[in-house]
Ligand binder design. Structure first.
Ligand code: BTN
Length: 332
């Protein structure tokens, strides 16, 4: 079930967090928040059950001594100052796929910006039906419901936009991230984040889009199956230190909203320019595996629709979808 903490539980936690290393008496909390002492105790017990370490000392009161690395609304909400994205959060301990649930919610009328987030997924999905490895408590798996005012033909813009936002959040976390067309986020040549966009459209406009984002945050090499160890990386592996996941997810949601706002106001061009600046693909020799055939050449640009332009020996190919393999290191 979605975890929506009671407002007073959030207030008790906020009060304890603000006091830092200091003890606060149960009386002070109950006076300040207008709760009975029994209610304060009940919230303290509930917070402890969720992994918050709260010391209780007679005659001194309560002190928050450790917070869990979790992606609950209790942890995320105070870190978010977005207007839409993540204002409604559905948190799950385990779910089959956050994208599947977000799609169901979208069909039932979920609003723009609602987020489904999970500590682990049993059926995490990637592009082309590939599985997305989703071990518990280590990484970020979330899906955002969007209701953009766009015709279906412009939906690919959202995918490129999301990769720019995640690349920015990773760079803020000191990971030198770059984007492989269309939307794989790499650190070096290894994948650190993937994005799966799904949508329902009417003839004239997108009805809803679900942007599903998986970022390897605190996974160690041994948390990946052996066949992925050479191909995947994480924030932990790149920085040599774990990242607080809630802070990282808040940075992703904020970056996503900033780019969505810019896209709504100025259209795709600033997103395209930002994507080009962050690209690991442009200027490289590539093979693009498309539905019908493999196309080999030099990746020259992305056009005003987000399509990849590849110069082959014969012609300039315009590619709308496919899997890119980077061949040699980038030429100047
Ligand atoms: C890819 O690179 O192939 C896309 C991977 C997308 C994975 C994320 S994890 C959260 C969301 N739920 C899913 O089932 N998939 C996306």
């Amino acid at each position: 079930m979605p975890l929506e903490p009671s407002n007073s539980e959030e207030l008790v936690l906020g009060f304890l967090a603000e006091a830092g290393d200091e003890f606060v008496s149960g009386e002070a909390i109950s006076d300040k928040l207008g709760l009975t002492r029994a209610a304060v105790w009940k919230h303290v017990e509930s917070l402890r059950a969720q992994g918050y370490q709260i010391d209780a000392v007679p005659a001194r009161g309560y002190r928050l001594s450790a917070i869990p690395d979790r992606l609950t609304p209790l942890e995320l909400r105070p870190l978010l100052n977005t207007h839409d994205i993540g204002q409604v959060l559905h948190h799950f301990e385990v779910i089959s796929s956050t994208n599947d649930h977000a799609r169901e919610l979208a069909e039932e009328g979920a609003g723009h910006g609602e987020v489904v987030i999970a500590e682990s997924q049993t059926g995490g999905r990637g592009r082309r039906g590939r599985p997305w490895v989703s071990p518990p408590g280590l990484n970020a798996y979330f899906s955002v419901v969007l209701r953009p005012e766009l015709p279906p033909a412009r939906a690919p813009e959202l995918t490129l936009l999301a990769s720019v936002a995640i690349c920015d959040a990773l760079r803020q976390a000191n990971v030198p991230a770059a984007i492989k067309w269309p939307n794989d986020v790499l650190a070096g040549e290894r994948k650190i984040a993937g994005i799966l966009t799904e949508l329902a459209s009417e003839p004239e406009r997108v009805h809803w889009a679900v942007v599903g984002i998986g970022v390897n945050v605190n996974a160690a090499a041994t948390d990946f199956p052996p066949e992925l160890r050479e191909l995947a990386t994480s924030v932990l592996i790149e920085r040599g230190a774990p990242a607080p996941r809630a802070l990282f997810v808040a940075a992703c949601l904020t970056a996503l909203e900033d780019w969505l706002d810019r896209h709504a106001e100025e259209g795709f061009e600033p997103v395209r320019l930002a994507w080009r600046e962050r690209s690991a693909t442009l200027g490289r020799d590539v093979i693009v595996k498309t539905e019908g055939r493999d196309i080999q050449g030099r990746a020259e640009d992305v056009d005003e629709t987000g399509a990849l332009l590849v110069r082959t020996e014969q012609r300039l190919e315009r590619i709308l979808s496919g899997d890119v393999v980077h061949l040699r290191t980038r030429n100047p």
